[in-house]
Ligand binder design. Structure first.
Ligand SMILES: Nc1ncnc2c1ncn2[C@@H]1O[C@H](COP(=O)(O)OP(=O)(O)OP(=O)(O)O)[C@@H](O)[C@H]1O
Ligand SMILES: [Mg+2]
Length: 236
């Protein structure tokens, strides 16, 4: 009897796994997802599947709910109703530290912490119990047109555009499965924007990184191939 019971449990699991494999292409599956604060419905019954490896650009008016949606996908806040799955499992079921390694959120106005650039770029190693890898960090700095000399620079001696790029490297040194960029190029000059575009394209194309980008930038919107519009808390 006990054995039968066990095999039933296993069957159920196996069935779920098979089902999961079928849906593996969708890295996110949102069903009737809403987010409400008091009486205010900020996101309304969103149904959206996001396929693995895509580079999706989220557009829509200010206040429409884009960042709120990104915060839900990054597990910084939870939907108030509906379901949000990452790789077939509820976002809320993941251990937060593990989830953050897999789904990384790059903020619009990043702050560098500590005293030096190294304090920031060393952080991803420290949280993983690894030694700072000078060679690897230099390689990543080169990706964003910065050189090795930046490692020992004071955080007060780097420009806004450099800060933005260094912060992005914090998200990418150990590449996540999903990178969410919320208006990360706002306020950057054309050269800095291009550097950011290049590194994101590289990771998307070479490593299959799924990217969700929120932007108001006309040229980015024009060049985007996959667009999702959020308006009044709805995906249209
Ligand atoms: N915790 C909260 N409590 C109350 N209102 C909130 C909360 N979080 C967000 N909002 C409101 O929800 C709406 C959507 O905000 P959100 O930041 O998601 O918009 P957005 O599309 O990212 O806008 P922008 O393009 O200006 O960044 C706004 O009206 C905002 O004021
Ligand atoms: Mg926003």
């Amino acid at each position: 009897m006990k054995d039968n019971h066990m095999s039933n449990v296993n069957n159920v699991k196996a069935f779920k796994n098979i089902d999961g494999v079928k849906h593996l292409k969708n890295i996110f599956e949102l069903t009737d997802l809403s987010y409400q604060v008091g009486d205010k419905k900020i996101l309304k019954n969103i149904n959206l599947n996001i396929e693995q490896g895509k580079y999706i650009t989220f557009v829509g008016p200010s206040g429409s709910g884009k960042s709120t949606l990104m915060r839900i996908l990054a597990s910084m806040i939870s939907a108030t109703s509906g379901e949000a799955l990452f790789n077939g499992k509820k976002i809320s079921s993941y251990e937060p530290t593990e989830y953050r390694r897999r789904v990384s959120y790059a903020f619009q106005q990043p702050t560098l912490f500590g005293k030096t650039v190294k304090d920031n770029l060393e952080f991803p190693y420290i949280v993983r119990g690894k030694e700072f890898d000078w060679e690897q960090v230099t390689k990543f700095l080169n990706y964003v047109n910065l050189d090795e000399s930046y490692i020992d620079k004071s955080v007060n001696d780097v420009s806004g555009g450099e800060k933005q790029r260094i912060a992005l490297l914090r998200n990418l040194i150990f590449p996540p499965e999903v990178l969410i960029t919320d208006e990360v190029t706002t306020g950057l000059d054309a050269d800095n924007k291009e550097i950011v575009h290049n590194i994101l394209n590289k990771f998307n194309q070479d490593d299959g990184l799924t990217i969700l980008r929120v932007t108001h930038d006309d040229s980015e919107i024009e060049q985007a191939t996959d667009k999702v519009t959020v308006k009044n808390g709805e995906v249209i």
